[in-house]
Design a protein around this ligand. Structure first.
Ligand code: XMP
Length: 497
């Protein structure tokens, strides 16, 4: 019944996740017996197979801490200066609390002229010099500032004085206990920078603590050997990226992703060799690739992980613009089949819009999925919510969009030396999804149910069943795809949890 994967994927068609469907197998264990533990790369283990994409509307420090606290990992984008990228990484790694705000600092002699200066934070911190590495003097609450008549007044005239900070070593429970005991709205977390000067690294609010207490718990957080959150970073393959990487390594990254839409290039191979030579302890992930030939080249150069996908992302126009790419289901299956022989884990990058896509990617051989749009509408994604047609949305843009490239991301699309820039992505918006700390645990539960239906209690066993031909699949016709989705209703409300 059905087709074995080897036969289905060797007929000359490019299939994506929605084209294929698995036939159910036999269940002899409960959902909770399914383990989603996996590997991002040869030496980086994760409790859940979720990776946030290195895009400037997806992964900065807040997303990176949240993903690590859930047992996944965030890859901090590099469409910013080296020093800012390093600071985002330091910030993500510097505490044990699964969220962080973009913290804003002012000195007592500054004025706060516009509400925009608060960004999304509930307060602005006041320090002696107006920087994060300076004596903490107090804060200005957004609600207090709103009531202020003279917005040109100096901060010192109306700030709330305080010198209380908590050490970054405090756990979530420690901080929650402090906030509850003193009935405090928020508290800065600070660490000594080694020279006796305090550095403020995070802001925790009582509201966040209450919210998080109500979220379902997942497995173990992703921690490095020093106890800090695992955090990855993306870099390009230019000479200047070698220098960038040096700073990121100092900032403590645990894995580096070489970011390119077509990774099988002389530039990337040279960069892989450089990383392997200079930082033998650091896992390097190459890509993107979609064919066995491309994968083989990077594996031979020594990559520790492969990122798969070309043109499958929700904001991508690479296939339209450049006529290259591959349906994502075929790409993942083909690359993962080759990579498994060398024990190189594969990341299925792009095109994930529901838990079913995750089950498919993992069963087809991916060890993790990398997501952009699935995470971009969350509280933890950079940027602020806006309203469009009555809906609360957040901006989400392709790193190959003209807007992002103007900010510097053009090297990913080899456009940095070209005279004429051609976009390979678009700028858009995605709906508000709330916190990843809430919807990722639910999504993982749905993935476990999918694995249970396949009779697979782990990622490895799902892929083994597929590779051995026990697990069968079929292509869905257009009508079958319509039937497999919600249909025939005049109206409905889609609520998944
Ligand atoms: P999703 O579907 O999760 O895809 O939103 C995220 C992935 O898309 C890739 N990406 C791009 N691809 N043009 C492209 O062709 C772009 O502008 C672009 N920006 C991101 C990237 O691999 C990301 O992880």
């Amino acid at each position: 019944d059905g087709f074995p994967a080897t036969r289905l994927f060797n007929q000359g068609y490019s299939y994506t996740y929605d084209d294929v469907i698995f036939l159910p197998h036999y269940i002899d264990f409960p959902t909770d017996a399914v383990s989603l533990s996996t590997k991002l790369s040869r030496r980086v283990a994760l409790a859940i197979p979720c990776v946030s994409s290195p895009m400037d509307t997806v992964t900065e420090s807040s997303m990176a801490t949240a993903m690590a606290s859930l047992g996944g990992i965030g890859i901090v984008h590099y469409n910013t200066s080296t020093s800012n990228q390093a600071s985002l990484i330091r910030q993500a790694k510097s505490h044990n609390i699964p969220f962080s705000y973009e913290i804003i600092f002012r000195s007592p002699s500054d004025s706060i002229l516009s509400a925009d200066e608060f960004c999304s934070a509930p307060c602005i911190f006041v320090t002696e010099s107006g920087s994060r590495r300076s004596k903490f003097l107090g804060f200005v609450k957004k609600s207090d500032w709103d009531k202020l008549d003279d917005k040109e007044a100096r901060v010192s005239e109306y700030m709330t004085k305080s010198s209380i900070t908590l050490p970054t070593s405090y756990s979530f429970e420690d901080v929650a206990g402090y906030l509850a005991k003193d009935n405090t709205e928020f508290v800065p977390l600070a660490r000594d920078n080694g020279e006796g000067v305090e550095e403020i690294v995070n802001l925790v609010t009582g509201e966040d603590v209450e919210r998080i207490k109500g979220f379902p718990k997942l497995g173990l957080p992703s921690l490095a050997s020093d106890g800090s959150f695992l955090v990855g970073a993306a870099v390009g393959t230019r000479e200047s990226d070698k220098e960038r990487l040096e700073h990121l390594v100092k900032a403590g990254i645990n894995v580096v992703v070489l970011d390119s839409s077509q990774g099988n290039s002389i530039y990337q191979i040279e960069m892989i060799k450089h990383v392997k030579n200079k930082y033998p302890e650091l896992d390097v992930i190459g890509g993107n690739v979609v064919t066995a030939y491309q994968a083989q080249n990077l594996i031979q150069s020594g990559v520790d992980g492969l990122r798969v996908g070309m043109g499958s992302g929700s904001i991508c126009t690479t296939q339209e613009v450049c006529a290259v790419g591959r349906g994502q289901a075929t790409a993942v299956y083909k690359v993962a089949s080759i990579a498994a022989a060398s024990s190189v884990p594969v990341i299925a990058d792009g095109g994930i819009s529901n838990s079913g896509h995750i089950v498919k990617a993992l069963t087809l051989g991916a060890s993790t999925v990398m997501m952009g749009s699935f995470l971009a509408g969350s509280n933890e994604a950079p940027g602020i919510y806006e309203y469009q047609g009555g809906r609360r949305v957040k901006k989400y843009r392709g790193m190959g969009s003209l807007e992002a490239m103007t900010k510097g991301s053009d090297s990913r699309y080899l456009g940095d030396t070209a005279k004429l820039k051609i976009a390979q992505g678009v700028v858009g918006a995605v709906a508000d999804k709330g916190s990843v700390l809430k919807f990722i645990p639910y999504t993982m539960q749905a993935v476990k149910q999918g694995f249970q239906d396949l009779g697979a209690s782990s990622l490895q066993s799902a892929n083994d069943l597929l590779q051995s031909g026990v697990l069968r699949l079929e292509v869905r016709t257009g009508a079958a795809q319509v039937e497999g989705g919600i249909h025939g209703l005049v109206s409905y409300e889609k609520k998944s949890f």
